[in-house]
Every structure is written in structure tokens, then in C-alpha cells.
Design a protein around this ligand. Sequence first.
Ligand code: COA
Length: 161
Amino acid sequence: MRTAIYPGSFDPVTLGHLDIIRRASVMFDRLIVAVMHNQNKQPMFSVEERMEFLRCTTSQLPNVEIASFDGLLADYARQQGACAVVKGLRAVSDFEYEFQMALANRKLNPELDTVFLMTSAEYMYLSSSVVKDIAVHGGSVAGFVPDGIMQDIVRRTRKEG
Ligand code: COA
């Protein structure tokens, strides 16, 4: 049983994330999509809301589990018996930070490798911040986030904003 973890803030999940989830779910027996804390970010949606968006988005993928963890990714991977972390790479600008993270995580947990999947070209420009910015300013997020959660994101974003 090969378990991988796809960690992120997922604030909220986008079609770019879903693309990575779909592709990674074929590569591993079990994929845990973990909502984790990025100390540099102040999320707009609660952990529960972010998990709910992810559950709704991945309900058709039987080997995908949604979880959250408040500590170090390297510790969580050990706890779950995961052999890999999955991350999406969108552009060269992502590389330096991701490289640093991958090395730090492997230092903390030598069993853990990071697998990078190149983001599909149509999602190169996408980020959760772009989605929130569009929604807060009244734009349409169609084509940016999965259809099933679009209305909910817009409703909750406007309530916040
Ligand atoms: N398609 C679309 N958007 C994507 C994407 C893709 N394939 N891949 C990444 N993004 C976006 C994300 O939505 C995010 O957007 P935002 O900045 O607007 O929120 C941005 O790219 C950056 O993504 P990422 O680098 O994965 O950051 P993150 O905040 O989502 O996740 C954690 C970072 C949570 C994984 C990291 O902070 C972590 O591991 N935290 C736990 C503590 C820990 O172990 N720290 C490391 C110590 S070495």
C-alpha cells in the first residue's frame, strides 16, 4: 500500500489542485489531501470549510481521503506511513521554495520523498488568492474552481468581504 500526501492551504481548492489530485490518485494506492497550516498565510475559509470543499470536489475518487493536520508535514507523513509528498509546480518561480521545502522535509523525515507534478498548462496562472480576489470583487469564478462548490465559495466570500 503506497500512501502519498498532497498538502496545502486549499483556501479554497481550485481546478489546478483538482488536476494534481486526479493525476496523483492514479499513481498511489492511497492519497491523503491534507489541509495544513502555512505560517505565512491568514486563511479566509475555516479548516472545516476547506475540508468540505475538498470532500465535495473529490467524492468520485475512491482512494482519496481528506484530512487536516496542524503540525509538521514530515511528522504527519510518518504518522500516516506515507512514502511521498505530492506537490504541483506551476512555474520556475515555484521551484526554489518547493526545492527548499522538499529538502527540509526529507531532513526531518528521511523516508519521505517529494514528487512534483507539472501543472497542466491551462492552470499555470491559477492560485487560491486569484480566486478569492475575483470572488470578493464580484467576478465569476467559473472555470477557476470546481462547479459543485462555486456557488458556496461565492456566497461565503461575499459574506466575509
Ligand atoms: N494549481 C493551482 N494553484 C496551485 C497549484 C496548482 N497545481 N499548486 C499550488 N497552487 C497555489 C496554491 O493555491 C497557493 O495559492 P495562494 O498562495 O494564493 O494560497 C500557492 O499556489 C502556493 O501553494 P503552496 O506552495 O502549495 O502553499 P500552500 O500554502 O498551499 O501550502 C503547506 C503550504 C501548507 C504545504 C506548507 O506550509 C506546510 O507544509 N505546512 C506545514 C508545516 C510544515 O511542515 N512546514 C514545513 C517545514 S520544512
